[in-house]
Ligand binder design. Structure first.
Ligand code: URA
Length: 230
């Protein structure tokens, strides 16, 4: 929301008050005086008028979890354990998942209460690479590299996948970098070659790599520096 709107929505200020306060330089956002009412503020912003606190600013929270196979990427589920069940955190129901993984996929899962942050991480427009380690039933041939780089047509969504990079590691395993997250995308891409994915593990999302010290099911908070990379 714009800062001028935030101020004039408070019961104690009219729109004219908000304009005057802004012009006087008495409003601070996260410690910096702001005179421009167009400045965007969020629920995470600390907003002050002189020494008076107008909004404390809720802490933004970011967690990295090593999702194990068999745990569902949801906040509630009638039959399976969910990734939220693995977190021992207060108010964990305020968190959401930035990029789900299938039940039988393991690896890096990020959770946050910051919707803009998760959008930056997951929307195809950001073009952040998500790296998956894949093990397949049939051998992977060099032909896959070109087909994945060109993009595959997904009739259900009526779209062609963005260019993806495949690095073949050995006859039955590879690293695949996607720049979007379509439903069951990796399995469907290998499915184009009638090649079943036997194991799928996400190693990286953009600048964030799964911490190798996290065992399956373990998690940790991101540092402020890590969160700021997104
Ligand atoms: N692609 C899939 O098929 N499954 C996942 O969990 C993630 C990407």
């Amino acid at each position: 929301m714009r800062l001028d709107r935030f101020l004039s929505n408070l019961p104690q200020f009219s729109r004219a008050d908000a304009r005057l306060l802004l012009a006087s330089g008495r409003i601070r956002v996260d410690g910096t005086a702001v005179r421009d009412g167009r400045c965007e503020v969020r629920e995470f912003s600390r907003i002050e008028l002189d020494d008076q606190l107008l909004q404390a600013g809720k802490p933004a929270r970011f967690f990295m979890l090593h999702k194990p196979v068999g745990v569902v990427s949801a906040t509630e589920h009638p039959e399976h354990r969910t990734v939220l069940d693995l977190l021992d955190e207060p108010d964990k129901h305020e968190l959401h998942i930035a990029g789900r993984l299938d039940l039988n996929t393991s690896g890096l899962l990020l959770l946050t209460n910051d919707g803009l942050w998760s959008r930056r991480l997951t929307e195809p427009r950001s073009r952040l690479g998500k790296v998956y380690r894949v093990r397949t039933e049939q051998p992977i041939s060099a032909e896959y590299i070109e087909v994945f780089a060109r993009g595959l047509y997904f009739a259900y969504e009526d779209l062609t996948t963005l260019p993806a990079e495949l690095q073949i590691l050995d006859s039955h395993s590879a690293l695949l970098t996607l720049h979007e997250g379509r439903y069951h995308q990796v399995k469907r891409m290998f499915g184009h070659f009638q090649n079943k994915v036997l194991a799928l593990h996400r190693e990286r999302m953009g600048p964030l790599q799964l911490d190798p010290s996290l065992a399956p099911g373990a998690y940790r908070a991101l540092s402020a520096e890590e969160a700021a990379l997104v």
